[in-house]
Design a binder for this molecule. Structure first.
Ligand code: IVH
Length: 684
């Protein structure tokens, strides 16, 4: 065999084993750094020799491929859904029916009902071949490239006793933390947030860019296996068998000897679910023995051997006191109902969002109404309707505000958009703050020495009114200003004051940001609808701000992902003289408005998400090293903490720093290792 092919096969197997140790066993045996280096090596080899790439290559986890159109695929076995109930009584009836058909005692397997979307994953000869959504049950969409990015979906199985062909079924879901982070990001760039983790998971799985799917952090919970010649007699054993083949199986899976034990399980999880970090909407019980499942059979849509019990959301009716209109950082105006305080599922609810004008109109809320509020698995209360029995005669509809409550500008609503917004983006106070905060954000200019609180102080002191003002700040302006933040919910007050060190850090951070690459500057200046990815594509395509600002709508739309709405927004941005002035001032301040040669050559983002501490003396100036870290998407941090990804050590690195890195288990890498990591040679 060709030595390169050999090496690719070996690296693939090693990396898959390390992935398994990390994600399935929670017991990694190499550092993240070593892993990243091996992965990079494999990526390079595969790039040079795509013909040797293995079907289970771990490089597919990172994503990168683009799916033009999802192929429709017929399921080998149809994907059924479950009958469901909200009542304990119906669970008893289900049990009675089952026992009536198959005998006196029946053992059940109890599971959680994951709130995501169903997926069927085909394995052939131990290799993950295909992943298909449920679709209409008979056929679904082939989303293989996207599902491969989910680290708990094995690409190659362990052991040698698996059937040559079988399917694993389960749920793709989005953990709460990822859901919240995603929505925060979306709101930052003016995209509508997802209503719940299920919608977010399903939207993500249908993305055409698998690298973005990888970034969003979907997860997988398996709940069924289908195939001939499975070596098990029961559902429970089949799941344990999957564990032996290398799958991560759910933490919660329990046998119940009778329906009373099922009901105990259900009650337990109805309260305990609040502690889970992923969404569930009920429990599922299955007749455990496959032979009994067989004899019970199916109805037209559902198996007779399983049922889902769905948790009820708690519901209360409470008077509406008033409606506030909040202007967000992107100008979107959100109506919020102030309610007479009412206890609901463990907390007192006083406010609940009404989302937007459409939702408000659909609910047909009138002054003095009593509203039904519901709290399901999610923590956020939801208004689900009006208590019409309590409606006062002649109650007038609540009208959506017509003018911005912050700046008085008439509000705007675009056709085919749900949101109402304040168009005064350059002068409406929350929007000014929003733009400033967006500008300093981690993915934009990464001015972490400033932070939200400090930006607010600068704004309130009249020192920064727009993003170009940052580059004119001086030491004497900053030194000595302070602000007291009153503590919420009994927390002590917090005073932020600008002392010597703070001011020096702020100014140094601002200075450093002059080397932030063009694509991030483009994202940072806050053109509506231009998110991080679009900014990258625009930067690559137009190469500098002059070409971009001169582009026609047609030219803009040549860029992948840029549609009508984005193109119009870019044109509007550069037609506004105030924006142009800001851009000119930023150019004069020395920010990057052109792609560098290396960037043009297609530098990667290998250091994305990595925090790196640089210490010691190097063969090139330390600032150049720091610049490279930025260029490759990483972040320079000054002190070592548990969140540090690497310490990049030059000669004469301080012994204290080394000790600290070692005690926290942070990998220490040399200059040469650093070049290897970013794929450059030392001579280069
Ligand atoms: S078993 C034939 N188990 O709930 C049995 N489904 O209609 C197939 N779901 O679309 C389903 N958690 O996506 C099963 N532990 C679990 C589940 C589960 C969530 C979903 C599944 C299906 C829907 C039921």
């Amino acid at each position: 065999m060709n030595p390169v092919e050999n090496e690719i096969i070996q690296l693939t197997a090693d990396l898959n084993r390390h992935n398994y140790n990390y994600y399935i066993l929670d017991a990694p045996v190499i550092s993240d750094f070593e892993f990243d280096q091996l992965l990079r090596k494999l990526q390079d080899l595969e790039r040079e020799h795509p013909e040797y790439m293995q079907p289970d290559s771990p490089t597919q986890r990172v994503g990168g491929s683009v799916t033009k159109k999802f192929e429709t695929v017929k399921h080998i076995y149809p994907m059924l859904s479950l009958g469901n109930t909200y009542s304990e009584e119906e669970l008893l009836e289900f049990d009675a029916r089952v026992r009536g058909l198959v005998g006196e005692t029946v053992e059940y397997a109890c599971e959680l009902k994951y709130d995501g979307l169903a997926i069927s994953i085909l394995y052939e000869d131990g290799v993950m071949r295909r992943a298909v959504t449920r679709g209409d049950g008979a056929q679904g969409d082939d989303v293989t490239a996207n599902v491969r990015t989910i680290p708990t979906v094995p690409l190659r199985l362990q052991g040698d006793d698996y059937p040559s062909r079988f399917e694993v079924r389960g749920e793709i879901l989005m953990p709460f933390a990822r859901f919240e982070a995603l929505n925060r990001e979306r709101e930052e760039i003016g995209e509508p947030p997802f209503a719940n983790p299920r919608n977010a998971a399903s939207g993500t799985l249908k993305l055409q860019e698998s690298a973005e799917v990888a970034r969003r952090g979907l997860d997988f919970r398996l709940y069924y296996v289908m195939g001939d010649n499975l070596p098990c007699q029961t559902h429970y054993d089949s799941i344990l068998q999957l564990k032996k083949w290398g799958f991560r199986i759910p933490d919660v899976l329990q046998k119940a000897q009778n329906i009373n034990e099922v009901i105990d399980f259900m009650h337990f999880w109805d309260t305990e679910r609040k502690k889970l970090n992923f969404p569930i909407d009920g429990i599922v019980i299955k007749v455990n023995r496959f032979a009994l499942q067989q004899s019970l059979g199916l109805t037209a849509k559902n198996p007779r051997w399983a049922i889902a019990y769905k948790f009820k959301a708690e519901k209360q009716s409470t008077p509406l006191l008033s409606v506030d209109y909040q202007v967000g950082r992107t100008g979107i105006v959100t109506p919020v109902a102030n309610l007479a305080p009412v206890p609901l599922a463990g907390t007192i609810v006083k406010r609940a969002t009404l989302h937007n004008a459409d939702v408000m109109a659909a609910l047909d809320i009138r002054e003095g109404d009593c509203l039904f509020v519901e709290k399901g698995g999610e923590i956020i209360p939801k208004i689900v309707g009006v208590d019409l029995d309590k409606r006062l005669p002649d109650a007038r509809p609540v009208q959506f505000v017509t003018h911005c409550p912050e700046c008085g500008t008439p509000l705007v609503r675009n056709e085919d958009e749900a949101g109402t917004f304040c168009p005064n983006d350059l002068h409406c106070p929350p929007q000014i703050k929003g733009r400033l905060e967006h500008f300093i954000g981690r993915k934009a200019m990464n001015l972490d020495s400033l932070g939200e609180g400090k930006v607010e102080i600068l704004y309130e002191n009249g020192l920064v009114k727009n993003i170009a003002d940052f580059y004119q700040l001086t030491y004497s302006q900053l030194f000595g200003i302070e602000k007291k933040f009153s503590g919420e919910d009994g927390k002590p007050d917090r005073i932020v004051s600008f002392r010597e060190k703070t001011v020096e850090n702020i100014l140094a951070g601002i200075d450093q940001s002059r080397s932030v690459p063009f694509d991030r500057v483009l994202f940072a200046i806050g053109i509506r609808y231009v998110g991080e990815t679009t900014a990258k594509k625009l930067a690559r395509h137009f190469k500098n701000i002059d070409a971009l600002s001169a582009a026609t709508k047609e030219e803009l739309m040549e860029v992948n992902d840029v549609g009508d709405r984005v193109a119009d927004s870019i044109i509007a941005f550069f037609n506004n003289t105030e924006n142009l002035e800001i851009v000119v001032r930023l150019q004069q301040a020395g920010l990057q408005f052109t792609l560098t040669e290396t960037e043009e050559a297609g530098v990667s983002n290998v250091l994305a998400g990595k925090s790196i501490v640089v210490s010691g003396v190097f063969s090139i100036p330390r600032d150049d090293i720091k610049k490279m870290i930025e260029q490759y998407g990483g972040k320079n941090v000054s002190s070592i903490s548990k969140n540090t990804s690497y310490v990049l050590a030059g000669e004469k690195m301080g012994p204290e720093k080394r000790k600290k890195a070692e005690s926290l288990g942070i990998p220490i890498i040399s200059e040469t290792e650093f070049y290897a990591l970013i794929g450059q040679t030392t001579e280069g």
